[in-house]
Design a protein around this ligand. Structure first.
Ligand code: NAP
Length: 265
């Protein structure tokens, strides 16, 4: 890693939840953090992306906000061009933004509209944001601006766990998992590691609507570690990837799930 004060990280969907936790951690690690979110109101510093920026700055870190919808090609281009124009480097891209279906519907009833929405935000957005950012990273790596750029995708245990009431979410996360392998393979010749971080059940605004259900499942033993995951649990893994501790594990998935993935008898 270059001198920490020079490094720049872009975290998508960083106005709350896991993305917020990752942005805070990376700011503590010394990155200037580009805090992306689809909604970002400069007048609102009590919540959302500007709250994250304010909190980072109050702790002595550096952050900027970039409002962009990662499902929009124009917004993706504008965001990467902003980073290029403002910083002329990107050391770490964290593809975190993602959505659940607006309504959980059985796979026999669920709509194409919901499928298209979830796939375009959860899979197509990060897939093509990474394509655009990676082209720049290769340039910056080749001209010596950035020693080792790195890319992280936040997927989910849903990449391999069936939930027929939100099939489109599971399919999108399985696709993210393959996107990691594809980019890790393609970018290996440039020495750019690409890793998947697979959260389990993490307490965030996304899961607050199903908190009662998961409280019960966790109490009944769903997880070997009997607690909800926290955004900081995920952020610590991203921090280790940013430090370069997992560079030789390119293409692999790290689960942050309290042991969810262990087969038990
Ligand atoms: P969250 O609390 O809903 O936060 C997601 C953030 O992404 C929100 O700030 C949201 O903004 C933003 N966002 C949504 N659509 C966007 C778009 N088109 N462009 C840019 N930003 C967008 O969710 P979370 O729980 O932190 O989840 C973060 C990531 O972890 C997601 O990819 C999710 O699938 C994954 N994950 C979460 C869990 C979990 O248990 N929480 C488990 C496994 C994986 P708005 O709120 O304004 O829409």
């Amino acid at each position: 890693m270059s001198e920490p004060e020079e490094c720049v990280a872009l975290v998508t969907g960083a106005g709350q939840g896991i993305g917020r936790g990752i942005a805070m951690q990376l700011a503590r690690d010394g990155y200037t953090v580009v805090v992306n979110d689809v909604v970002a109101d400069p007048q609102d510093t009590a919540s959302g992306a500007y709250e994250v920026k304010r909190t980072i700055e109050q702790a002595g870190g550096r952050a900027v906000v970039f409002k962009a919808d990662i499902s929009s090609p124009r917004d993706r281009e504008a965001m990467v061009e902003y980073v290029a124009g403002e910083f002329a480097r990107l050391d770490l891209l964290v593809n975190n933004a993602g959505v659940a279906p607006k309504e959980r519907m059985d796979i026999l009833e669920a709509t194409e509209e919901s499928y298209d929405r979830v796939m375009s935000i959860n899979l197509k957005g990060p897939y093509f944001l990474t394509q655009r950012a990676a082209r720049r990273m290769v340039q910056w790596q080749e001209d010596g601006t950035v020693g080792t750029p790195r890319i992280v995708f936040i997927s989910s245990i849903s990449a391999y766990t069936s939930s027929p009431s939100r099939g489109e979410y599971c399919v999108s996360k399985a696709g993210v998992s393959m996107a990691v392998k594809l980019y890790a393979d393609r970018l290996a010749e440039y020495g750019i590691p690409v890793l998947e971080v697979r959260p389990g059940i993490i307490l965030t605004p996304m899961t607050s609507v199903v908190k009662g259900k998961y409280d019960k499942l966790i109490a009944e033993g769903l997880l070997p570690l009997k607690r909800w995951g926290r955004p900081e649990d995920v952020a610590r893994v991203v921090s280790a990837i940013g430090r370069g501790d997992l560079d030789y594990s390119t293409g692999q998935a790290i689960e942050v799930g309290g042991g969810f993935g262990i087969r038990r008898l």
